[in-house]
Write a protein that binds this ligand. Sequence first.
Ligand code: CP
Length: 362
Amino acid sequence: MMHTPHFTRLGPDVYGNAHPQALLEQIRENGKALQDLMNQHVISTLQYSPESLLQVFRLAAKFESNPERYIRFNSPLQRKILINAFYEPSTRTRLSFDSAWHRLGGDTITITDRSTTGIAKGESLRDVAEMFNNYGDCVVLRDTNAEAIYQMSESLRIPIINAGNGIDEHPTQAMADLYTIFKWRPDLVEKAITEQARIRIGVVGIPCRMRTVRSLLRILTKFPQMIRELVLFHEPGIDPSAPDTYFDPGQRQELEAAGISVITSDDLMAAIPELDVIYINAIAWVGDNYEVHGRSFHLTADLPYKPEAIILHPLARGAELGTCLDHSPHNWYFSQARGAVFIRMALLTCMVERTAQVMDII
Ligand code: CP
């Protein structure tokens, strides 16, 4: 088909609503908490203290506030090599890790098909990892096999980042999610938050099936003081307490043990006027394919959101998130995806011991 060329102006900036500078000013620098991340594998959201997360967010906000400064005047990852191994489709995670590393002056090696490595000849993941020690300084892995990250970490002497292990976890996505919430409301990083200032978060997704939802819920347990209520939505006809349906054993209890008030509901439309943050996802990648859940949910621009409410989505989007929202003030999902680059820049800088190069620049 022939397309008639047409030339239009670039669209309006859809990221103008985030305030990294305000977040930067809200969090006091604590270099020790960043040093704790040096040479640490990133496997699960659970491994982080609230203080370490805040310091990663602070460094990310520093990068986001003035990215040019690091690209032009400082290349903290110069002469460092990232091995980006993605055995499952990805737009955001693979490219943003690549982008983050390049922005900091490093080089990358990418594998997008395990059949192009010795794995196709029966080579063990431990042996592949042993080789990775010689080729790079850090590994990012997305694998449909939830155990692969653990098998590789056994023989790795360089840090590895879990970029999605089956339906288990996606910790750096959860960091990007929370970073977005804190940019929206920097006051939420405080330890003492009044009842009135706390937020009601709605999550549309299947906690036991979606790694993004699992990791999000886990990272929220680190900051229970900001949450007035967490509402988890399921489709009508689903019993969220039935085994293997909605929660994994212990998943709801993990939230409640952290002090979070959890309710489940099948009526998203009725709840929308009360929600401050709406997180929605419909896709679960399982094995070699994906499942779509929650086909009855469909967010559009004409719903009765709170004026200041934000919508988050890890993307890729499906029918659940109308494009009509893209130019509404509720669209924080593009800011969420953009912020992930800065989160990854911050984390990577810590992991390969290059924080000294970036701590005192701004
Ligand atoms: N959010 C996320 O994981 O997107 P990709 O699958 O495109 O990496």
